[in-house]
Design a protein around this ligand. Structure first.
Ligand code: ADP
Length: 537
């Protein structure tokens, strides 16, 4: 005879002849008849599936623990078992996914057996939750995949991509990101992002963050793991709310550290996290330590290569850019020295102007090299004060003196005044560099256009310098702000230059919390766009 419900209520007690062993069993035990009605449900089943015995007894086992997508197959299996067949499940040890009372799915290992008695056939299930075991093997697989990714990658970029893919795919997180700190520019850059197929990220998908901002920024700022259990209520972060709008609910971020130095952050975003907080943090922190060591080793190697390359480029630049004006100066001085008595005054002046122009070129180069050294050592001083950008641009225009034979048209569209909080001398350096480049790289008859506008509440300035000159090939644009980099167009036209001005300009603008970018261009020429805040931070 099968147990009555009231004899089980709240206790998970069992058939009189087997209470002790099944009530004390660590495995979930449940039994059901040929119609699928639950006839036994022990305390471990209560703990595993979340239903009390009282709640489960007499209900359909399918409705209780079979996920909707598996119900049709389960019904067919029960029909064949009820008909006396052995089906696919009877007498076997199976891995299966069950549905918990709170709606989440859990992996279980189970056996199904049948007994026949007077009341008909009864099926017995012994099951246990294998989430922990599966998690452990998943963690081992992630660690192995990350280690393999790091060992096989041939650059930091491909290592970052392999790491986020390994973590995202193996752990099943919808979004995994690896952020690294760019110390030069004092920002965080998303080195790689893995997104599960079919998920759109819209405004959540940004690649640059300021320190302290959003989850990656917070993790890097204080160098400790962060756990956001509910992104929708994370009031301090716009990005958290953008994630919540995409259906992402929880997020975890751990720092990539070596010693006390924070190199970046590994962040994952999920719909729900079934792992206990501390186990997951343990796994992620272990991975982050591994990645941190790799990043530091790789940075040291890349720095050594970069220094060697810089040394070569520096030597090439100095040899060319220093020797040319020096040769002009020494040659012209020798010529003047020899013929000074015979040369008419006009010609003497002409030669003197050549000497002055070339000496100025050398002096600008010396200043740029000094600025570069200050920039590399972090000592490029910025002294902001209330400054009129329009006045600075007018000063740069007055000093520019484009060669008259070039016949350039220079068009300017500026408000009368535009006050912002900035270092006037440094902004003048930027204005001089962009204007002199536009003039230098634009052939005769071209046009240079400078515009400055502000947003509606005067908080942001957009300053563009456009020309119709030789342009910069799209493929080379990402390298443009590297020191000593010169575009192929400049080299083909044999236009002199050092490749230093834009690096310095970018540092100055970024120290003013602004950005300088090369805009996409249709038609010939180049457009630089600078965005600057007007107010101090
Ligand atoms: P320089 O002009 O002394 O070489 P910059 O750092 O100012 O150094 O510029 C770096 C490179 O960017 C230049 O060598 C040139 O190839 C390219 N460039 C900069 N501005 C322009 C422009 N307006 N038009 C075309 N190319 C430009």
């Amino acid at each position: 005879m099968l147990a009555e419900p009231e004899r089980f209520s709240g206790t998970g007690a069992l058939l009189p002849e087997q209470p002790a062993v099944l009530a004390a069993a660590m495995d979930a035990y449940l039994a059901f008849d040929t119609s699928g009605r639950v006839v036994a449900w022990n305390p471990a089943a209560e703990a595993t599936f979340g239903y009390t015995h009282k709640h489960a007894y007499g209900r359909s086992v399918e409705e209780l623990i079979v996920p909707p997508q598996a119900r049709q197959a389960a019904r067919a299996e029960l029909a064949s078992l009820a008909g006396g067949l052995s089906g696919h499940t009877l007498g076997r040890r199976l891995q299966w996914t069950a549905r918990h009372a709170d709606g989440h799915d859990l992996p279980i290992e189970m056996t199904l057996t049948a007994t026949d008695n007077n009341g008909g056939r009864v099926f017995h299930v012994f099951a246990h939750d294998v989430t922990t075991a599966q998690r452990a093997s998943r963690f081992i697989a992630v660690e192995a995949a990350v280690a393999r990714g790091l060992a096989e990658a041939d650059s930091s970029t491909s290592a970052a991509a392999r790491v986020v893919e390994a973590v995202g795919v193996k752990m099943g997180w919808p979004v995994t990101e690896l952020w690294v700190v760019d110390e030069d520019r004092q920002i965080l850059i998303c080195a790689a992002r893995h997104v599960e197929p079919g998920r759109q990220l819209r405004d959540f998908c940004i690649d640059v963050l300021e320190p302290g901002v959003a989850l990656p920024g917070r993790v890097c700022a204080d160098g400790t793991p962060h756990w956001i259990p509910d992104l929708g209520t994370d009031a301090g972060s716009l990005r958290s709310r953008a994630a919540a709008r995409l259906g992402l609910h929880v997020a975890v971020g751990v720092p990539l550290c070596t010693g006390r130095h924070v190199l970046g952050a590994l962040c994952v975003y999920g719909d729900r996290v079934e792992d206990p907080e501390d186990t997951l943090l343990g796994l992620l922190s272990g991975l982050a330590a591994q990645i941190g060591q790799y990043v530091e080793r790789r940075r040291a190697e890349e720095l050594a290569i970069e220094l060697a390359r810089t040394k070569d480029e520096f030597l090439a630049m100095v040899t060319h850019e220093l020797r040319n004006p020096l040769m002009v100066i020494t040659g012209t001085t020798a010529l003047l020295d020899e013929d000074i008595e015979d040369l008419p005054t006009d010609e003497r002046r002409h030669y003197l102007r050549i000497i002055v122009r070339n000496a100025e070129r050398l002096s600008i180069m010396a200043e740029d090299l000094l600025d570069l050294a200050r920039l590399e050592s972090g000592h490029l001083a910025i002294n902001p004060t209330s400054t009129d950008l329009c006045e600075i641009i007018h000063q740069a225009l007055n000093a520019a003196a484009p060669p008259p034979d070039k016949n350039l048209t220079i068009t300017v569209s500026l408000p009368e005044r535009l006050q912002l909080y900035a270092d006037p001398a440094r902004l003048r350096q930027v204005a001089d560099n962009l204007l002199s480049n536009a003039i230098k790289y634009t052939p005769a008859g071209g046009t240079v256009t400078i515009t400055v506008t502000t947003d509606d509440n005067d908080h942001h300035i957009t300053w563009t310098v456009a020309d119709t000159g030789i342009g910069i090939p799209a493929a080379e644009r990402p390298r443009l702000f590297r020191r000593f980099y010169r575009a192929s167009t400049a080299l083909e036209h044999r236009i002199p230059g050092t490749g230093l001005g834009l690096v310095i300009a970018r540092t100055i603008i970024e120290r003013h919390h602004g950005t300088i970018t090369l805009s996409d261009h249709t038609g010939p020429g180049t457009t630089f766009t600078i965005e600057l805040p007007t107010k101090p931070r």
